[in-house]
Design a protein around this ligand. Structure first.
Ligand SMILES: Cc1ncc(COP(=O)(O)O)c(C=O)c1O
Length: 347
């Protein structure tokens, strides 16, 4: 991987997964794999609607705008509730929901644990897309959980729905019957797979444009496809083998190293990690203008942060987030570069 040419961040390049150690885990009771997190979510909601007289489905207001838009097409009874995404201790106020509602709780940045209330309560789902294998994910007592795996697992696509071992839900998670054909999703997988391979071997600006186009085309297939399909056997095999790898210890080492080098400033803070491994180096801003300037500065130095997420307006002091990827692709030298670049902006 030529970092000088492709820069730092954005989607994964093709990786040899054997290089990542396996970890033992036992938190899934039933599970079903999908090509993306949104299908897992739709699958769980559909299943609950089929089995219960559901009132509203609640999502947190601060959430991925593309996913909100995609879900709004399929679920007219969606509503949004308020929670501070940057306070890992903030708990959902379940008293605002009716007992026949479904509430999706987001494990923001892998740092949250969701306390399940006792007594009468709505059905509770959790989204661990930014905290796959985080403490909140491993110890979940929710009725059902989902995650977009492709944010952590270096494969073209991937999502999962599961019923946690500690769930007290009466329903088990049914298996989706095997789809006869699935040309749309196979095509999306192939496009992203090619993009990842090209990113790994890229030697020219032309190839860089090409892999970005391929990746964008793969994403577009997801945005326009609502149908739930099972994975092709070869895709299921590689995704299953990649589920329980140690994605966190490298990240935490990078986090601990880089955070000692970032200077204090008044426009943003590095979100502390608590007991968990954060999804990345999380810079939270009070003003959108500052985020925009920092993002431009980072991009001008070939660091491509993720903005999580634009267009959410919340009432808290810190409102906007940039995530800088610090996963297994990166090492101490890269952390030095990230910290120096961030400090350049704050000077
Ligand atoms: C928190 C969260 N949950 C779910 C999803 C949906 O995942 P996918 O893009 O794999 O459908 C996303 C989005 O990208 C997300 O950020």
């Amino acid at each position: 991987m030529n970092k000088d040419l492709i820069g730092f961040g954005s989607f994964f390049h093709k990786t040899n997964l054997d290089e990542l150690p396996d970890i033992p885990t036992r938190f899934l009771k039933d599970y079903q794999l999908f090509y993306a997190g949104r299908y897992a979510m739709k699958y769980v909601f559909d299943m609950l609607i089929k089995n219960y007289d559901i009132g509203h489905i609640w999502l947190p207001q601060y959430y991925c705008p593309f996913v909100k838009e995609w879900l709004e097409k399929g679920f007219p009874n969606l509503k949004y509730y308020d929670i501070d995404p940057f306070d890992p201790e903030a708990q959902v106020d379940y008293s605002q929901f009716s007992t026949n509602d479904v509430v999706l709780v987001n494990n923001y940045w892998g740092l949250k644990r969701n306390d399940i209330p006792t007594g009468k309560r709505p059905l509770i789902g959790e989204d661990h897309s930014h905290g796959w294998l985080s403490p909140g994910c491993l110890q979940s007592e929710a009725d059902f959980c989902i995650a977009s795996l492709r944010k952590t697992v270096p494969l073209p696509l991937g999502g999962i729905a599961w019923k946690p071992k500690k769930s007290k839900a009466a329903l088990s998670l049914p298996q989706l019957s095997t789809s006869a054909e699935n040309t749309g999703m196979e095509h999306a997988w192939d496009l992203v797979d090619k993009a990842m391979a090209l990113k790994a071997s890229c030697t020219s600006v032309e190839e860089k444009t090409q892999f970005l186009d391929l990746y964008g085309n793969g994403e577009n297939v997801l945005r326009t496809t609502q149908e739930l399909k099972t994975l092709r056997p070869n895709h299921e095999k590689v995704l299953t083998e990649a589920l329980f790898k140690d994605y966190n210890s490298h990240k935490i080492k990078n986090w601990e190293y880089v955070t000692t080098k970032i200077n204090e400033n008044s426009s943003f803070k590095v979100l502390p990690k608590g007991e968990a491994t954060p999804f990345g180096l999380l810079l939270v801003f009070k003003e959108y203008e500052d985020l925009k300037l920092m993002k431009q500065h980072l991009i001008s130095k070939s660091i491509y942060p993720a903005e999580l997420w634009p267009q959410n307006n919340i009432r808290y002091e810190y409102k906007f987030l940039l995530n800088i990827h610090i996963d297994f692709r990166y090492e101490a030298r890269d952390m030095d570069y990230f910290a120096a670049t961030i400090n350049q902006w704050t000077q």
